[in-house]
Design a protein around this ligand. Structure first.
Ligand code: A3P
Length: 287
């Protein structure tokens, strides 16, 4: 276990924690190492997605669906992040817990197999994921201390020299993991589908959780969890020095177009083609 300053091509560094050969944010190493042995409960639900897939949004949707009412409730996604929050604290949380993680399928708590934990797997197109993670790394200065340019950052991101490693390895791990474990109940949710028609996706999620909410309530959930409303309620908790919310930045599909040059885009498309061979997935980059 050691803290690493990972350099990009221009020498700007990203501060990360290496634990047993894998890269993480600078969370407690013992908590990271403890993830495979985390004790689960039968009614736990697990959200997983590569960083910046929209986990805070999905957590809030699940929270209000399970609670059956749209109100503050005081539960935050980060309080249930299994590679960050010590196990004794997770053990004190009331059921049902909405656990969440960015680890690969093979690194999940072993008990998911015994408990048949319900998993909601969140996907987002890689171009917007990379841009969102770039902004995250640039803005969380006290964690990452990264000041590089997008062009150089994209090389780090593609090469997996970021926390949780490469998006490509992550998506492959989950694709193959879920496919080879059909006994684990899972639902895949795509960020772009949520943006296009959140109500339909919230309805799917509600059914998957075995809840029977009427459409009037589902519409309320949709509104309560809209980007604008979540940003107003929660954006104030983590701000850049200029006063901009860090976790609720733009919330759009296609922002990558404001960041990628034509050359970045052509290069990225080729990398995607090379790295995703044999994976029958396609993403929407605009809606
Ligand atoms: P952007 O940086 O593109 O704006 P995560 O929660 O996994 O860290 O993902 C963060 C991304 O989800 C950010 O993307 C954030 O703005 C977006 N997001 C958060 N809440 C959202 C919401 N209610 N609707 C749409 N996008 C949301």
């Amino acid at each position: 276990m050691s803290v690493k300053k990972v350099p990009d091509a221009e020498g700007c560094t990203l501060t990360l924690l290496e634990v047993d050969g894998l890269m993480f944010p600078t969370f407690p190493a013992d908590v990271i190492r403890g993830v495979p042995d985390l004790e689960l409960r039968d009614d736990d639900i697990l959200i997983s997605g590569y960083p910046k897939a929209g986990t805070h949004w999905l957590f809030e949707v699940l929270r209000v669906l399970l609670r059956g009412s749209c109100d503050g409730g005081g539960m935050e996604k980060d309080d249930f992040m299994i590679e960050m929050v010590p196990q004794d604290q997770l053990a004190k949380k009331p059921s049902p817990r909405i656990l969440n993680t960015h680890v690969q399928f093979t690194s999940l708590p072993k008990e998911i197999h015994k408990r048949k934990t319900k998993i909601i797997y969140l996907l987002r197109n890689p171009k917007d994921s990379a841009v969102s993670f770039y902004n995250h790394h640039r803005k969380l200065v006290e964690y990452y201390d990264y000041h590089g340019k997008l062009k150089d950052y994209l090389r780090l991101w593609v090469g997996g020299k970021v926390d949780y490693g490469s998006w490509f390895n992550y998506v492959r791990s989950w694709h193959e993991g879920l496919r080879s474990h059909p006994d684990i109940p899972s639902l895949s949710v795509v960020y772009e589908d949520m943006k296009e028609d959140a109500l339909s996706q919230i309805r799917r999620i509600s059914h998957f959780l075995g809840l029977s909410h009427d459409d009037a309530f589902l519409r309320k959930v949709d509104d309560w969890c809209s980007f604008k409303r979540m940003r107003e309620r929660k954006g104030k908790y983590d701000l850049t020095p200029e006063g901009q919310p860090i976790m609720y930045r733009k919330g759009e599909v296609g922002d990558w177009k404001n960041w990628f040059t034509i050359a970045d885009n052509e290069w990225f498309d080729q990398v995607y083609k090379d790295r995703m061979t044999g994976i029958d997935l396609s993403f929407r980059y605009t809606i």
